[in-house]
Design a binder for this molecule. Structure first.
Ligand code: PLP
Ligand code: COI
Length: 359
């Protein structure tokens, strides 16, 4: 792939953030973006890096009417010895490929995804923050263009990558969060698109998320669509429960996102000697565990959220604390190990980390 690079002139570059500890999540964008287009008959063409700027798209574009949109999220990390690291980027590329197939989009070949990211991140390396817990969040996005209002897959697609230096996803940082167990609204149903990373799933989650936040909760814990009985996942994370030395997480039923952090934590936990179970887990079992003390810890996993301890669950009008709203030892150990691997401080026996350049 030959990427055309139109660099922003030095005097037009944006000023860098001054305090990396105040970044928050996804508010500041870098100078450049990567774009590539798909046209019927031509395939994927015109890979380009240009200034980060607004797009002009037709008001009848398929994405604007029928939500043909998917995205990914991964991070570039600066190691202490000045390497630029990505964590399992091929997994994001593969997931985006499957998401595309699920909503009838032209899938982007994995190698274009990876090459686009490597080139853009290297060009933008001054934006990779170095303060503890910070990173450069990478948002690859694919949208259906074309201009015709009949319900149909688009015949033209735009793939783009934007970058944003980030700190913690939750304002709490690495501290326990409170979740609202949602037993009215649902996020996704088996047979639908819950396991694709498509924007519509997030639109569907907004109302419940906003109501939960109004009541002071960080996010919603979703239950299954059919019976509101089994735990699914959190707004932007998968969920794990710790019962003694066993980690339990819902199985990939088709309605939850197959998280890359989830898969990594399962492997890491087994490596560290914990038992793991992927299975259906009822909310009653979880609540019972908080009451009788067998549920010792809970945490969410996600690229943005990393590993986020869960300190309490609010279900049917009652609040249930987990581990006295403290970070548990297993959560802490998994967090330290995972983050250590991601930032290149810890040995990586799994081959998860890819060095893509130097600062
Ligand atoms: N579930 C949802 C709904 C998400 O938005 C995310 C974040 O990407 C995850 C789970 C975790 O996925 P990953 O670990 O691949 O970031
Ligand atoms: C991520 O963790 O990358 C996500 O996509 C979560 C969220 C910001 C949508």
């Amino acid at each position: 792939m030959q990427i055309t690079i139109e660099k922003v002139k030095d005097e037009e570059l944006k000023p860098l953030f001054t305090d990396a500890t105040q970044l928050g999540f996804g508010k500041l964008f870098t100078d450049h973006m990567f774009t590539m287009v798909y046209r019927k008959g031509q395939g994927w063409v015109e890979p380009k890096i240009t200034k980060y700027k607004p797009f002009q798209i037709d008001p009848a574009a398929v994405v604007l009417h029928y939500s043909q949109e998917i995205f990914e999220g991964l991070k570039a990390y600066a190691s202490e010895d000045s390497r630029i690291l990505l964590f399992r980027p091929e997994k994001n590329a593969e997931r985006m490929y499957h998401s595309a197939e699920r909503i009838c989009m032209a899938p982007l070949p994995v190698e274009y995804f990876l090459e686009g990211i490597k080139t853009l991140v290297n060009l933008e390396k001054r934006w990779i923050p170095k303060a503890p817990g910070t990173s450069l969040y990478i948002r690859p996005t694919l949208v259906g263009l074309g201009a015709a209002l009949g319900v149909h897959p688009a015949d033209e697609y735009l793939f783009y990558i934007i970058l944003t230096p980030v700190g913690a996803y939750f304002k709490e940082g690495f501290k326990p969060i409170s979740l609202y167990v949602e037993d009215v609204y649902i996020r996704a149903a088996v047979g639908g698109v819950g396991n694709a990373k498509t924007g519509g799933n997030y639109a569907a989650s907004l109302l419940a998320g906003a109501k939960a936040q109004e009541k002071g909760f960080s996010q919603v814990l979703w239950l299954d669509a059919k019976e509101r009985k089994y735990v699914e996942e959190v707004g932007a994370m998968n969920i794990f429960f710790v019962f003694g030395d066993t980690l339990v997480t819902p199985n990939l039923s088709g309605s939850i996102l197959p998280g890359i952090t989830r898969a990594s934590v399962l492997e890491l936990a087994q490596y560290l000697g914990y038992r793991t179970e992927e299975r259906m887990i009822s909310i009653d079992e979880v609540i019972e565990g908080t009451k009788n003390g067998t549920l010792t810890e809970a945490f969410g996993t996600g690229t943005a959220a990393v590993i986020s301890p869960v300190g309490s669950l609010f279900y049917k009008g009652q609040n249930y604390e987990i581990n006295n709203f403290q970070v548990g030892p297993i959560t802490q150990r998994l967090y330290d190990k995972l983050v250590g691997i991601q930032y290149g401080r810890e040995e990586d026996p799994f081959g998860w980390v890819h060095e893509i350049g130097r600062l």
